[in-house]
Design a protein around this ligand. Sequence first.
Ligand SMILES: Nc1ncnc2c1ncn2[C@@H]1O[C@H](COP(=O)(O)OP(=O)(O)OP(=O)(O)O)[C@@H](O)[C@H]1O
Length: 325
Amino acid sequence: MLNIKNLSYSYHQEQNAVESISIKLNSDEVLCLLGESGSGKSTLLKLIYGNLQPDEGIILFNDEKLKGPAFQLIAGHPDVKFVQQDFNLSPFISIEENIGEHLSNLDLDYKKKRIKEVAEILEIQDLLQKQSHELSGGQQQRVAIAKAIAKFPKLLLLDEPFSQLDANLHLKIRHQLMEYLKEHRVACIFTSHRAEDALGFSDQILILRKGKAIQNSTPQKIFASPANAYVASLFGNYNILTAEDASKFGIPRNFLNKYVISYPHEIKVYREGKFQGEVIHSRFFGKEYQIEFIAKNHFFYALHPDYLKKGEKINFDIKNYRWVY
Ligand SMILES: Nc1ncnc2c1ncn2[C@@H]1O[C@H](COP(=O)(O)OP(=O)(O)OP(=O)(O)O)[C@@H](O)[C@H]1O
């Protein structure tokens, strides 16, 4: 349903904010754009929606070419909705009117029912009679999403949709919204800084850096085989060793110009481990501790069920790893 070919855009001549990006998305798929700050995620969404005019490339939505501002005065397409980071709510009308702004007034009972439905998904039933200036950032964010889904878009673009929500609401809204999108076959592209949003709630992840696509695949494949250390770093702490250094910990030197990457959960700290290290820190992560230790002059992160004291001698093995450039 969405086919983006070789999209490029630059704010200034010197550097492209988005460079030769191609995306294919089916009608019930969710794509997460993941990348460091300034990697081009918001710019890409603005290009797709039509807020910015691409320097190059083409965006086909159900085989129809989506137009940028050079060819269309008001951005957007009736079947595409975009929730930007500024939420864009109308200030002088109620939240209920905001959500229903694009719904027809011909059937007011249906309109009321639909507003109630989307308000429930976003947990904003109690806010309907208020005005946007009376709401917190997180409440405005949920209203903006409710407004975007009210008229059954076929493609939803969400820029950091959960950024203003506390941990509890984040989990609840993320679950309810994603269930809704799947049930109604709404394609979605969202940006996030949180690896778990990308891993658990998308069908595809597109990794961006400096406007370029670094990797595009399923969450499982990207996590298991990150293209490079940058991709691995987006999932949290990780261990990286040169081929030479990796050989000191039992890893054959198969690729001399590559690096070995291993996630903390792949370093097993246990009495039978073949290699020795010394604990530097134990940090409580909730379910377990993240242990930082040093071995043969290298820092490692590992996970362990118990608190280990600074200076404690431990044994460990690298149980899983992958080679990256
Ligand atoms: N209006 C603008 N004028 C000039 N440069 C801009 C503008 N907006 C973004 N940029 C630049 O374009 C690049 C991509 O920015 P963009 O906002 O798309 O990144 P992002 O990945 O969404 O970042 P974040 O995660 O911080 O929101 C950055 O180098 C940024 O400085």
